[in-house]
Design a protein around this ligand. Sequence first.
Ligand code: BG6
Length: 467
Amino acid sequence: MSQFPKDFLWGAATAAYQVEGAHDADGKGLSVWDVFSHLPGTTHEGTNGDVAADHYHRFKEDVALMAELGMTSYRFSISWPRVLPNGTGEVNEAGIKFYSDLIDELLRHNIRPMITLYHWDLPQALQDKFGGWAGREIVDAFDEYARLCYQRFGDRVDLWSTFNETIVFIGMGYFTGQHPPKLKDPKLGIQACHHVFLSNARAVKSFREMGIKGQIGFVNVLQPNDPISQEPEDIRAWEIAEGIYTHWLYDPVLKGEYPRDMLEMAQAAFGVPEFHPGDAELLKENIVDFIGLNYYKREMVARNDDVQGFDLNTSGQKGSGGGMGFKGLFKIVKNPNGVYTDWDWEIYPEGLTDAIGRIRHRYGEVPIYITENGLGAKDPIVDGAVLDQPRIDYLSEHIRAVGRAIEQGADVRGYYPWSFIDLLSWLNGYQKQYGFVYIDRENNLARKKKLSFEWYQKVIRSNGDEL
Ligand code: BG6
């Protein structure tokens, strides 16, 4: 008997910049990623999302494949500059029509849409105007954008999340300089992070004020860190990592306040975040309905004897976010006994059960969706067939891990592997594949089902029984 509830959502996920292409079609404005990826030396061999999977033009074909796969939900993001080319003001009706048609097509196939409002493609116009997330004006701009989306799509969509992985777009954008806007400025980064939390709270408030029927959440990547040893210095380093990676990112949206120890540390070191009157109340009054949890890997944490004070160098691990400026207090090290992917991400399914357990321990019984989980690999093609058995192994172990969490009593409501189709990996180009569907980039972006497609079909049909 399956541990998964009868109405459990079996989905898959993508994000606009990584899949849509059509980067300047039909009145779309440029995003920070459209600009950044065209700067020399920013991405793997200069790859960008100009074309990506061309989902913008082929969404009907893609939704037909989703239906064939048996997906009951699809997580995708809206490109802010596609619907508001300047970030605020004039609406691009062609952009609205694209999402509206996509939603209708999904519903026609009984696939429940889950929308992410922000998956990193900020309108460049807002970056230029007031420094993007670093400017407080972003809070009003994001609210305007969110309201527009609720108004146009809220009649048909009942699962929403505001942000995807703050630690990555703020950490890599403001601390390590690997994402736009390419800064290494922790003070600005912490303030920008505060604006993200305020924007989330305002958008949640508007969602409720507008009476949208449904739920709204916040998505974080959660890599349960473990200390490399039980020595007190490593344990202390791990506590700080946990404070930054988990408490800093979930407390403001689930408890409506910052973790006191981390807040004191940030204010002592950088004098931020700066609060305006009303900020604390806004956070407190608008906690989210659910959390989305993205999980790929575990990271091991050790004391950092190499640096004194703060070190902004990244460990090269995406999601480390440069430790939000406090990296000097710990470092990420490799697990000598770990199993790693070709991109050096530790494969550790138990970590997913563990991540869910840590959330329940700190925040109680909050509904959880696993909004991303997957294996990035160069899939072998043998006689024309895409044989991605390692992906099947990875996903089946992680689904089992979700099942164990449910057995322990967790309220997990859905599972969205990353990703439905092969798409752009932000800094790694098209060589790091995640999808159930392969895209032949040499042959007019033809879609081809991988081995994992058939496997996931069975998983869904059996409600998680046949792994
Ligand atoms: C998550 C993001 O961080 O990880 C996705 O939400 C991303 O957008 C995924 O693609 C995998 O990361 P990467 O770097 O391997 O593409």
